[in-house]
Write a protein that binds this ligand. Structure first.
Ligand code: HEM
Length: 402
C-alpha cells in the first residue's frame, strides 16, 4: 500500500483532510484492513477489532522498541512493557485517578474563566491560542510543581519536543539543542529543590517512590516529567480546538449544549471519536499506539514477522461500522461510545481523566461566558503541521463585546 498524497498535505483545511481520511480509511477497512505501508516501513491496521487485539496482546505486540533489551532506565512508560511498565505507572496512578483529578476542578475553572474573560471586551477570541493552548500547560506545570514563572517556558519546551515530529523545518530547528538544554537544567533544578523540601506535587511523589527498594534514577525522573509534559499538552489543546471544529460544522450540537450543559461530557466523547487528536498516520517512529511484533504472528490474513512495526490508525477504528452504528453521524448523545482515542489496554491514557476535565471545563466556560459566537477569519483555521497530532492551529471567533 502507498499512503495517499493527501495524508501529508497540511495545506488542506482540517475538515477537508478529515473527510478524505475517512473515505480512504473506509476503503482500507473493506479491502486491506491489515496493510503494509511502504513509505514508513510498517504495517497499518484499520479495523477496530484488530486494534483491540494488538493493544490487548502486549506480549506479542510490544511497546518497547528493542523489546528484549535492558528496560531499566531512561525510557518513557509509553515505550515499556510489563513488569517495568506496571511498576512505574503505578507510581503515579493515584495522582491521575478520576477522584484526585476531580479535586483540581476549582483551580482549572478559575484559570479558564480568567483566560476567556480577558477577551470579552474585544468581542474576539481565538479558542485555540487564547484558551486551549494555555489551559493544559498551566495545569500540568502546576501539578508537577514547576515554578509558576516558568509556565511560558514549559509550554515552549513541550511544544518543541512535539515539533520534532513536525513537517515544518523552522519548527524543527527551533526545537533542537538550546531549548532541550534549558529544559533539562530547569527540571534538574526543580528536582534538587524538591529533594531538599518536598511538597504536595507529582515530582515530590516520584522522588519519594521506590521500585524494588530503589528510588528512581534522575534519568527516569526526567523522562517521566517530559512524558507528562508532552503527552498531556498539545493533545488536550487539540481536543478543545477539535470540539469547536465540530460545533462549527454541526451548530445544532452547540445549541443542544446551551439548552442542556449536562451533555458536555458525552459531547466530548463524540468529539474524541469523530476528530481524534492523534492523527494516526504516523511518521516512521513508533509512538501513540504503535507496537513491535515480538514473534511471527498472523494478523487478519497477513503474516507479520518478528520485529515488524504495527501502527494503529485510531480514526479508522473510531469509524468502524462493525462497532459504531451510523459512524458518520456526529451524535453528542452516542451510547455506547467506546472510541479508541485514548488507546486501549495497559497503556490506556494515564491522563484521560485530566484531559476530559480540562476540556469539559473549557467548553462549559465558553457556554457560560460566550454562548453566542460566529466563526472569525477562516483562513486562520489550518491544520497543525505535525505527523502525530491532528487539529487546528487556530479557531478565531467573534461575539458581542461586553
Ligand atoms: C497514553 C492519547 C491527554 C499522559 C496515551 C495513549 C493515547 C493517548 C492514545 C496510548 C498510547 C499507546 O497505547 O501507546 C491522549 C489524548 C489526550 C491525552 C488524545 C487528550 C485529549 C493526556 C494527558 C496526560 C497524558 C492530559 C497527562 C498529563 C499520558 C501518559 C500515557 C498516555 C503518561 C502513557 C501511559 C502508559 O504507557 O501506560 N495517551 N492523551 N495524556 N497519555 Fe495520553
Amino acid at each position: 500500500m502507498q499512503l495517499p498524497s493527501f495524508v501529508a498535505d497540511f495545506t488542506l483545511p482540517p475538515m477537508v483532510w478529515h473527510e478524505q481520511m475517512l473515505e480512504w480509511c473506509s476503503t482500507m477497512r473493506a479491502t486491506e484492513p491489515v496493510s503494509y505501508d511502504e513509505r514508513n516501513g510498517q504495517w497499518r491496521i484499520f479495523r477496530y477489532a484488530d486494534h483491540l487485539r494488538v493493544q490487548n496482546d502486549y506480549a506479542t505486540f510490544s511497546s518497547a522498541p528493542g523489546a528484549q533489551e535492558n528496560q531499566e532506565s531512561g525510557r518513557s512508560i509509553l515505550a515499556m512493557d510489563p513488569p517495568r511498565h506496571r511498576q512505574l505507572r503505578s507510581l503515579v496512578t493515584s495522582a491521575f485517578s478520576a477522584r484526585t483529578i476531580a479535586g483540581l476542578a476549582p483551580r482549572i475553572e478559575q484559570l479558564a474563566v480568567e483566560l476567556v474573560t480577558s477577551h470579552l471586551a474585544r468581542g474576539e477570541l481565538d479558542v485555540v491560542t487564547d484558551l486551549a493552548v494555555p489551559l493544559p500547560i498551566l495545569v500540568i506545570a502546576d501539578m508537577l510543581g514547576f515554578p509558576r514563572h516558568n509556565w511560558a517556558a514549559v509550554k515552549k519546551w513541550s511544544d518543541s519536543l512535539v515539533a520534532n515530529f513536525s513537517e515544518d523545518e523552522a519548527e524543527q530547528d527551533a526545537s533542537t539543542s538550546d531549548l532541550a538544554i534549558s529544559m533539562f537544567e530547569t527540571i534538574a533544578r526543580t528536582i534538587d529543590a524538591r529533594r531538599r523540601s518536598p511538597r504536595e506535587d507529582i515530582l515530590s511523589l516520584l522522588l519519594a517512590a521506590e521500585v524494588d527498594g530503589k528510588h528512581l534514577s534522575d534519568d527516569d525522573l526526567y523522562i517521566f516529567i517530559v512524558t507528562l509534559l508532552v503527552a498531556g499538552n498539545i493533545t488536550t489543546t487539540q481536543l478543545i480546538g477539535n470540539a469547536f471544529l465540530c460545533f462549527e460544522r454541526y451548530p445544532e450540537a452547540w445549541q443542544q449544549l446551551r439548552q442542556d450543559p449536562t451533555l458536555v461530557p458525552s459531547a466530548l466523547e463524540e468529539v474524541l471519536r469523530y476528530l481524534p487528536p492523534n492523527r494516526g498516520t504516523g511518521g516512521d517512529r513508533v509512538i501513540i499506539g504503535g507496537r513491535i511484533a515480538t514473534s511471527d504472528v498472523l494478523l487478519g490474513d497477513q503474516q507479520i514477522h518478528k520485529g515488524d512495526i504495527v501502527q494503529v490508525t485510531t480514526i479508522s477504528a473510531n469509524f468502524d461500522e462493525e462497532q459504531f452504528p451510523d459512524p458518520l453521524k456526529f451524535d453528542i448523545q452516542r451510547t455506547p461510545n467506546r472510541h479508541l482515542s485514548f488507546g486501549h489496554g495497559i497503556h490506556f491514557c494515564l491522563g484521560a481523566p485530566l484531559a476530559r476535565l480540562e476540556a469539559k471545563i473549557a467548553i462549559e466556560t465558553m457556554l457560560r461566558l460566550i454562548p453566542e459566537w460566529r466563526p472569525g477569519d477562516q483562513t486562520a483555521v489550518q491544520q497543525i503541521r505535525n505527523h502525530v497530532v491532528f487539529g487546528t492551529k487556530s479557531f478565531p471567533i467573534q461575539f458581542e463585546r461586553r
